[in-house]
Design a protein. Structure first.
Length: 201
């Protein structure tokens, strides 16, 4: 990797260093092409270290404290997470029969794509350590919902028909924060019940 004279060398792994993501003084990237990549990370003083060396790791993302990426397990891609305070303790986030890809992380919020059916991929999320669940608007909707990006308490994604085809048409969707929307709905139901109770008194 070539850098300008006044920049800091972030990598130099001897292979293609690609797909960098930076947050809060931490840089993560994929070292090696798809099919043989590893996960590396560096800091704002120029040091860099191997974070995870498996078979095929791709598309890392970080919030500066934790790192998440997709990894091939011999059958499909699952997601792994590591806290940089304990970089040798990676834990799996998913373990199913589908490809879980392109994760994004911000604090205790993680969002990604689950490739359930060709032409109908879904957005999944895990909020505050809760078990993963789908964004219901993306389930069985006949569209490829891809490329999620966290935006505070919400996230945006692309919703596409005929993805990667000449006839491809995509829309940008801003989804409400799932947990907040759920809690808000519960609160509204509870308020309506209280009002109804008061009217009967």
């Amino acid at each position: 990797m070539r850098c300008r004279r006044n920049s800091t060398l972030r990598s130099g792994t001897g292979t293609d260093d690609i797909k960098p993501v930076a947050a809060n003084g931490v840089v993560v990237w994929q070292a090696g092409p798809d099919g043989s990549g590893d996960i590396w990370y560096g800091d704002n003083v120029g040091t860099s270290s191997l974070l995870y060396d498996g078979v095929d790791e791709r598309n890392p993302h970080t919030d500066g404290t934790r790192v998440v990426w997709e990894q091939f397990d011999g059958l499909d891609f699952d997601l792994f997470l590591v806290n940089l305070a304990s970089p040798n303790a990676a834990v799996p986030l998913t373990n199913d029969a589908f490809d879980d890809v392109t994760p994004q992380i911000d604090g205790n919020r993680i969002v990604w794509v689950k490739e359930v059916t060709p032409g109908d991929s879904e957005i999944w999320f895990s909020w505050d350590g809760a078990p993963p669940e789908p964004l219901r608007a993306t389930q069985n909707n006949g569209r490829d919902d891809v490329a999620p990006l966290l935006d505070g308490d919400r996230f945006v994604y692309e919703s596409c028909v005929d993805l990667d085809q000449p006839s491809e048409v995509c829309d940008i969707v801003l989804a409400p924060e799932p947990r907040g929307a759920l809690l808000g709905a519960i609160a509204l139901v509870a308020m309506a019940a209280l009002l109804a109770h008061d009217r009967r008194r």
